[in-house]
Structures are given as C-alpha cells and as structure tokens.
Write a protein that binds this ligand. Structure first.
Ligand code: ATP
Ligand code: MG
Length: 183
C-alpha cells in the first residue's frame, strides 16, 4: 500500500483553508482543489510498501514535545501542467525538527525516502492555472493566521476508492506521551 506520515489539521485551520480554496477557485481557469477531508501536512512520503508494522515501529521512536504551528500565506510550485497551490506555515523549528526526526527514524528502519529538504506546505490545488494577473502574494495576506496545537503524527494510507483519492489514518503516535521519559 501507499503510505505517508502527516499532521492532521484542526477544524479551525481546515475551515480557513476551505475558505481560501473557495476564493481561489473564483480566480482559477483550471485546477483540481483538495477535498476538505484530504487537507493535511505531509512530514514524510514513504510510498508503496507492505512494511506497515515497521513503519509504525519507526514512528513510535519519535520523541518530541507538542508545539503549535500557524498558517502563513499562500504560494505555488510552478509546473508545466499547472501549478501546485499551497498554504504556507510560519517558519517553525519544532516542525522542521519533527519532520527530520520522522524521516531519520524511517530511514533507520530501511525505508528509502526522497532526498530533498522538507518544505512545509498544505496542498490546496493541483494543476492550477490562475487568472491572468491574479496576485497570489497579496491574496495570501488575507488568509487568517490560524494557529493549532500539534499533539500527534499520523501514519496515513493513500488510495483511490471508486476513483476518489482517499487518505485513511492507520496509526498514530502522540507527541511526548511517554510517561517514563527522563527529562
Ligand atoms: P495524487 O498523487 O493522486 O495527485 P496526492 O499526491 O495527494 O495525490 P499521494 O501521491 O498518495 O497523493 O501523496 C500523499 C502525500 O504525500 C501528499 O501530501 C503528497 O503531496 C505527498 N507526496 C507524494 N509524493 C511525494 C514525494 N515524492 N515526495 C514528497 N512528498 C510526496
Ligand atoms: Mg502524488
């Protein structure tokens, strides 16, 4: 199956992202926007594997305290077939360290991950062609700077069910829920 590790988003943050997508859609010539239930932040992409127990085991070794993260504007990755449009997050050491740790634990467990640096983004749309002259940067400033607490990381399964891209949480690890952790 196809696996990835993600942070699932609060209702409040999801609401803000849905609002953002709704407005963006009105300024879009083409594109596929994410379904509400699919919004997430990817920490690591594992890809096709049947080593589910090993992935869970690797994640259970992650040691981090809960932290908060905050929305910050929108941006795009340019592609020939249309852009990936995303919502950004305010620069966040805890988040970067968490992603690094997750990737390191997975690599130690023998998973082969892409060797590119982590750039936190929340994908809103794919193959997006924006209206001519639409100022994405200025629009981004209108997105509310919603914060949320991150308390867990989730192991996600990605599949197509009746043609619909569907993500399912198949495991999770709470952050700093290890009661006998020495401080
Ligand atoms: P689709 O590929 O059907 O357009 P998707 O990209 O959302 O949909 P997956 O490819 O299963 O679905 O990816 C799951 C998550 O992992 C998404 O957040 C995606 O952006 C991320 N992801 C996918 N491939 C990679 C990759 N090679 N490197 C890093 N992250 C990836
Ligand atoms: Mg993909």
């Amino acid at each position: 199956m196809r696996l990835f590790v993600a942070i699932l988003l609060s209702q409040e943050m999801t609401d803000a992202l849905c609002q953002t997508m709704q407005t963006l859609r009105q300024h879009t010539v083409a594109g596929r926007f994410s379904r509400r239930e699919n919004l997430h932040l990817t920490l690591a992409f594992i890809g096709e594997t049947n080593r589910v127990a090993q992935a869970k085991q690797a994640l259970s070794s992650v040691q981090a305290d809960p932290f908060s993260m905050q929305l910050d504007g929108v941006g795009r990755f340019r592609r020939d077939s249309g852009d990936i449009v995303w919502a950004g997050l305010r620069k966040n050491k805890s988040l970067e360290q968490l992603a690094q740790q997750v990737q390191q634990q997975l690599r130690q467990a023998g998973f082969v991950l892409q060797d590119r640096s982590f750039a936190a983004h929340l994908t809103l749309g794919r193959e997006v062609v924006l209206e001519d002259g639409f100022d994405l940067r200025s629009f981004g400033k209108t997105v509310p700077a919603v914060s949320m607490q991150v308390n867990r990381i989730s192991l996600m399964k990605s599949e197509r069910i009746q043609g619909k891209l569907t993500y399912t949480e198949i495991g999770f690890v709470g952050l700093n829920n290890d009661t006998d952790r020495k401080s």
